[in-house]
Every structure is written in structure tokens, then in C-alpha cells.
Design a protein around this ligand. Structure first.
Ligand code: PHE
Length: 330
């Protein structure tokens, strides 16, 4: 008799096992034939042979079942191994992310002011008329409100047009002295090469006792800051106007593209305007109930800094999410 035990044990696949099963249990299989041949036997011989065959049938079918579940488990193991994720695998061309250039410049600005002992303050993007305008010496009839291209919401609320309302919120919730910056998102109805409806500013405010803070402190501090950001440049202050500062100024740096000789970027003036600033207007202190104090403030557009530092010609391209642009800042 053939060694069916051995053949079953030696099976390496379900197909092989099926072949052996047919050899034993199939229509022309060994056992089927053997059972059929019982007919030709008589008496005790027939009984004996039948008992033997029954026992063999039981053993072999048990063996087959056992082998079957072994092979099934092995198949599952192979499939699991094949679909497993190798977390240690190194992918050659995997793409590293990076900070958006605007956020990277924002971080550099924040880091500088933190190194100069400024505290970081924040405020809501949706502001009310009082914080965004009124308390900043911008009453509703004031023509300077037109400078702001405001997005208006219901109930006199607005998308804040600048970070200056954070000055008001900070002064209302804290006592002087104050030394803060407020980085954040602001909104204006504007869209061209150098303006997007959403952009970022960093505001600064320093408040101390009466006559303790002057315009020269402001100049000194901003010169240090602008040299930190742009390197070896010259800084000049031009008289300007903001309702919340008096006197007010705009700070220019010597053109980083032509060194001040005059080029297209600086419109042949040799200078680039980079921020607004001034001595805090007494009406602002009145609005927040501060007495016997002096202070200065400044505000800058982060995108403007990023455009100059990275020579981005069209501000809108910074917000299109085009990987070809973003990959250059990795
Ligand atoms: N808030 C002004 C703006 O958005 C900038 C500014 C801030 C100017 C503080 C002076 C002082 O244009």
C-alpha cells in the first residue's frame, strides 16, 4: 500500500494536498476503490478489511484536515508578510516639508523681538469697531478710515484691518509698562502685485512712564531690527501719518538690490519702504484710560519682508500653493 501519510505530510501547497486527497478519496481513489472491492469478500475477511479501511479513512481524513489548516495558516502568514509596512525603510525620493516662506520670515521677526524682551500678544481676527478703529483715534467720520479698505461684517464688526487692535486689547487688560509684539493675520479689500486680501503683520508697542520713551528710542530699536533682518543697510525715517501715532514716520532701508544706486525695484529712489511707526498718540492712551505714560509703536507687513528677502516679484504667488515655488524654500 502506498504511504499516503507520508504524501500528505510532504504537501507544500493546497493544490498538492488536493491532488493527494483525490488519490485517496476521489471517484477512482484508493479508498473508494478499496471500499468497492469489499463486495467481493465474504464473512470475517470482509469485516476485518472493512474495519481496516474505516480506520484508514478516519486517519487520512484527519491528517488531511490538519494539513489543510496548516497550509491555510502559512498562506495567511505569507500574505501578511507581503503586505506589511516596513517602518524602517528609507525612501530615496521622499519629500521633506518646510515652513512657508511667510511663516519662516515671521518666525525670524518674532525671534528678534523676543531676544529684545518683547512679550508676544494675540487678538481675534474678527474685531469690533472700537478696537480696530475708534480706540486707535479713528472715529467713524475720520477720512483715514479710507486707508484701510475694510471687510465689514454684521453688527459693526470687521475682519481686522491691522494688528493695532491688539495694542488696545493689551493696554486694556494690562498695566504699564508694556513691551509687546502682536504677530498675526489681517485683511483688506485689495488684490494686485503687492497686495492680497489676507496678509500678515507684526505690531509692536512699548509703553512706559511719562517722558521715558521717545522717538529716538524707537529709531534705535528699529535700526537694530532692520539690520538684523536685511544685513548691512542704511535706515532712514520719513515723516508720515497714522491716526494712532504722533509724530508718525515710515522707515525705509537702502535698496538691497542696487545698494542705493537706484533700480527698478526701488523705483530709482535707492530706498525701500518697510514699515510704519510713531510715538503713541495721546488720544489712544485716553481711550484705554492710561495716564502719565509715553510710548512708541510700529507695524510691518510680513509679506513685504518676505518678498524683499526672497526676491519674490508677485505677492500672489506666495498663496497659490504651487510646489515649484514652495520647493525653492526648503
Ligand atoms: N497699523 C498700521 C498699518 O496697518 C501700521 C502701524 C502700526 C503704524 C503702528 C504705526 C504704528 O498700516
Amino acid at each position: 500500500m502506498q504511504d499516503f501519510d507520508g504524501s500528505i505530510r510532504a504537501c507544500k501547497s493546497m493544490a498538492e494536498l488536493e491532488r493527494v486527497r483525490v488519490e485517496v478519496f476521489g471517484k477512482k481513489g484508493f479508498l473508494t476503490t478499496a471500499f468497492a472491492e469489499l463486495k467481493s469478500l465474504e464473512g470475517d475477511k470482509k469485516k476485518e478489511q472493512a474495519a481496516k479501511l474505516n480506520a484508514l479513512r478516519d486517519t487520512l481524513s484527519e491528517l488531511i484536515e490538519e494539513k489543510k489548516s496548516q497550509l491555510e495558516q502559512a498562506e495567511i502568514d505569507v500574505a501578511m508578510r507581503a503586505s506589511a509596512v516596513d517602518v524602517s525603510m528609507f525612501k530615496q525620493n521622499s519629500q521633506a516639508g518646510a515652513l512657508h516662506p511667510v511663516m519662516a520670515v515671521m518666525d525670524k521677526i518674532i525671534e528678534y523681538f523676543i531676544s529684545q524682551n518683547f512679550a508676544l500678544e494675540t487678538g481675534p481676527l474678527i474685531e469690533d469697531d472700537f478696537h480696530n478703529f475708534e480706540a486707535l483715534n479713528l472715529p467713524s467720520y475720520h477720512p483715514a478710515r479710507d486707508m484701510q479698505d475694510t471687510f465689514y461684517l454684521k453688527d459693526f464688526r470687521v475682519l481686522r484691518t491691522h494688528t493695532s487692535p491688539v495694542q488696545i486689547r493689551t493696554m486694556l487688560s494690562q498695566k504699564p509698562p508694556i513691551r509687546m509684539i502682536a504677530p498675526g493675520t489681517v485683511f483688506r479689500r485689495d488684490f494686485d502685485l503687492t497686495h492680497t486680501p489676507m496678509f500678515h503683520q507684526v505690531e509692536g508697542l512699548v509703553v512706559q512712564g511719562a517722558a521715558e520713551v521717545s522717538f529716538s528710542n524707537l529709531k534705535h530699536m528699529l535700526e537694530g531690527f532692520l539690520k538684523h533682518m536685511f544685513g548691512d543697510i542704511r535706515v532712514r525715517f520719513r515723516p508720515s501719518f497714522f491716526p494712532f501715532t504722533e509724530p508718525s514716520a515710515e522707515a525705509d532701508i537702502s535698496c538691497i538690490f542696487c545698494g542705493g544706486d537706484g533700480c527698478r525695484v526701488c523705483k530709482h529712489t535707492g530706498w525701500l519702504e518697510v514699515l510704519g511707526c510713531g510715538v503713541v498718540d495721546p488720544n489712544v492712551f485716553k481711550a484705554v484710560g492710561y495716564k502719565d505714560v509715553s510710548g512708541y509703536a510700529f507695524g510691518l507687513g510680513v509679506e513685504r519682508f518676505a518678498m524683499l528677502l526672497h526676491r519674490v516679484p508677485d505677492l500672489r504667488s506666495l498663496f497659490e500653493g504651487d510646489l515649484r515655488l514652495l520647493e525653492q524654500f526648503r
